[in-house]
Design a protein around this ligand. Sequence first.
Ligand code: ADP
Ligand code: MG
Length: 445
Amino acid sequence: MLSGDKAIELWEQVRQKLKIEAGDTVFDNWLGLMVLSSFSHGKIVIAVRSKFHKDWIEPRYGNRIRTLWQGFSSDIYSVNLIVDESLTEKSSKKIEDSSASILNLSSPLDPRYTFEKFVVGPSNNFVAAAAERIAESDDVTFNPLVIYGGVGLGKTHLMHSIAWKIRESNPNRRVVYLSAEKFMYQFVRALRQQDTMLFKEQFRSADVLMIDDVQFIAGKNSTQEEFFHTFNALVDQNKQIIVSSDRSPADLEGIEERLRSRLGWGIVGEIHQTTYELRLGILQSKSDDLKNCTIPKAVIEFLAHKITSNIRELEGALKRLVAHSQLVGRPVTLESANDVLHDLLRVNSRRITIDAIQKKVAEYFNIRLSDMSSPRRARAVARPRQIAMYLSKQLTSKSLPDIGRTFGGRDHTTVMHAVNRIEELSIEDSLLADDIELLKRTLDS
Ligand code: ADP
Ligand code: MG
């Protein structure tokens, strides 16, 4: 399937070819005025501004345009020209006051996501302190701030907290907060409407630009390129940039090296997995906020002990308990908690991640963790890597392609081969079988 980002990229290439083939005059007067209008399910629709334009372009360049598209992607089976008279208005539209429309770029902030409601513990105190520092000061001292960590650990909460705080302490600073996904969506829309000027102006007039889940633009080349330019333009003007990501900049695959290294120029802070005390603190704080419902201390301790995956799940568990208790009209007890949450508790008790497997196996065989995803084929690293793939298949619910991706973007057939190979070998080789047994036991505990 052709993604929006890919379609935009191909369209740019088609335009470049046409420009070379038809020459500047024809391009500027006719071909260059075409706009990519939609691209779904292999159907490309290109808009021109009048019937006159269509009648001129179609017989002369219609087939060439089709051939170019299809030459770039075999997913495309139809390319049509349509007339869209509104294009004339759009392209002559003046750039509006960007400070007025900048608010439209920003996503709404969740009122519950503030610093006051963010519980700090050893796993997040460094990041929280950096976030507060940045929010309180008008000077740009660290640029960018990168907050990274696994899902449900509070990245979005912290991002919103910073935005709230800046808006509160200095309403003149223009804060733009949005997800990388929305950034891409806005960019694709701007390209489609030939409004990239407005897009650029708007983003570049932000004082603080916050992009959540930046890993989303990995592999999306034209969006990445645009983000990189916006990023540089803002840094050059000494504007603050804050991004979050589900992994460290160094581990962002599919992100161009120059962007990756720029992300590492400022402060990079990790939100680590939670500790028992932090989970306890968060549950305490969330249950204090509940109206008409008290959660016994024993239940809070029980949840903090049992639900270790992430804070979102912890919160979800608390909500379910409260909803259940209100529904049946009985207070929350240890017993009801066990009962209501049995599925969640089961999953949490057995959750083994590929990361943990890679770490353990690398440690066990005394190789570097990075060798799990490196292309090296030397036996000394290839065998442990196969064992780690095998254990990932056995102990997690991840699919073969997912596992392959985690091991340096390998193909699922490679994973399948590893699984089969280790199964065979462990029948012949009892030492290997022992290694695997031992690894399984340490991972399970
Ligand atoms: P992420 O963006 O890292 O996936 P979120 O910021 O969406 O995670 O956090 C998930 C949920 O957990 C949110 O409801 C958030 O309020 C809560 N949460 C996360 N960390 C904390 C914390 N330190 N204190 C209080 N609540 C937290
Ligand atoms: Mg988030």
